[in-house]
Each structure stands twice: as C-alpha cells, then as structure tokens.
Ligand binder design. Structure first.
Ligand code: ADP
Ligand code: S3P
Ligand code: MG
Length: 173
C-alpha cells in the first residue's frame, strides 16, 4: 500500500459513468461504497438539482468539500464523486493525499448521448446539452490530470471498465 492512499476514488466529467461504474466495482471488491452526491441527497432530503435551485452552486461546493472530508476520514472506501469536485484545489489535494484516484474519461459526443438518456437532473447542463457538455469538458479537462490512472470509457461496457479498475486497484494495494 502506497503510504496514505487507502481509498479508491473515481473522478471525471458528468456522464463518464462514475456512479454506474462505482456500483459495479463495489460488487467486485469487498469495499464500502459511497457516492458524494448520494450522501448529500440523503443528508438534505432533496435532490442535487433542488439544492442548486434553492442555495446555488457555491453552497453546493461547500457541502461537497465537507462531505469529501467526512468520507476520507473513514477506514477505507470506494468513493465516487460529482464531476465538479476537482474544481477546488483543496479537494484535489485531499484526493491526491488519501486516495488512489481513477479518472474516468469519455468522448464528449458519447457523454452527450449518455446524458440524453440519463434520468438524473444535472443543473449545470440546462439549456443546450451539447454546447454545455463541450464547454464544461474543455474548461475542466486539465483539472482531472492529477489522477493516478486515466481510463477511457468510450464504447466500453461498464463491466469491462469496472474490471480494469479492480485490476489496477489490486496492483496498488
Ligand atoms: N460505459 C457506459 N456505457 C454506456 N452507458 C453508460 C456507461 N457508463 C454510464 N452510462 C450511462 O450514462 C449515464 C450517466 O452515468 P452516471 O454513472 O450517472 O455518470 P456520472 O456519475 O459520471 O455522472 C447513465 O444513464 C448510465 O447508465
Ligand atoms: O460536474 C458537476 O459540476 C456536477 C456533477 C454532478 O455529478 P455527476 O458527475 O455524478 O453527474 C453533480 O455533482 C452536480 O450536478 C454537479
Ligand atoms: Mg454520479
């Protein structure tokens, strides 16, 4: 085990499959799984979209950082995150220090197709979905680079992606 990196964390743009792949990885590994968005929804009793509408993005980012800290204090987790968690340097440092970080990536056009079918409401994608995804992808691309491993999920099955992550994690620990 490489010093402090006891958690396995998935980061990546909205629609790259962090939550979906996280569920599959959790079935393959004997690890507790938490998703920062799902933890926040359970804490607030309302959806991410409702929280954004009521309190705005800045409050959401405060809550997200606090939830990240709470999760990282636990013994060992598989942690899936919201796509914007990497915007704060503090979060990037926390993840670097405490987790083996896997960046899920995908071609923006495939991300758009996946998100068109997704039932989850994503407040930052209101309006022209294609234009929003392309703009956010470009603006954030460099923030994901600190990851220990990048996995391109384009055209790949969830089970295949999950197996690659499990193999890499087993080499890490
Ligand atoms: N590898 C994949 N191939 C096809 N569809 C996928 C894949 N990964 C995720 N999806 C679909 O894309 C949508 C977004 O996935 P989700 O796990 O919510 O992404 P994220 O948590 O990164 O935003 C969901 O409808 C999910 O079923
Ligand atoms: O990229 C972002 O800023 C966000 C991504 C969402 O999570 P997913 O990446 O799981 O869709 C959710 O945290 C919120 O809508 C904001
Ligand atoms: Mg998610």
């Amino acid at each position: 085990m490489q010093h402090n990196k006891r958690h396995l964390a998935l980061i990546g743009m909205m629609g790259t499959g962090k939550t979906t792949v996280g569920r599959a990885v959790s079935e393959l590994l004997d690890m507790t799984w938490r998703d920062t968005d799902q933890e926040l929804v359970a804490k607030w009793g309302c959806s991410v979209a409702e929280f954004f509408a009521r309190y705005g993005e800045e409050r959401f980012r405060e809550e997200e950082t606090a939830m990240l800290r709470t999760c990282l204090e636990e013994q060992r987790l598989l942690l899936t995150t919201g796509g914007g968690i990497i915007l704060r340097e503090q979060n990037r440092q926390l993840l670097t220090q405490w987790a083996y970080v896997v960046h899920l990536d995908a071609d923006p056009d495939e991300i758009i197709e996946r998100l068109r079918r997704s039932e989850e409401e994503r407040p930052l994608l209101r309006g022209d979905l294609s234009a929003r995804v392309h703009a956010i992808y470009k603006a954030r691309r460099d923030f994901y680079r600190f990851a220990d491993l990048r996995v391109d999920t384009t055209g790949r099955a969830v089970s295949d992606i999950a197996e690659e992550i499990v193999r890499a994690w087993r080499e890490h620990v």
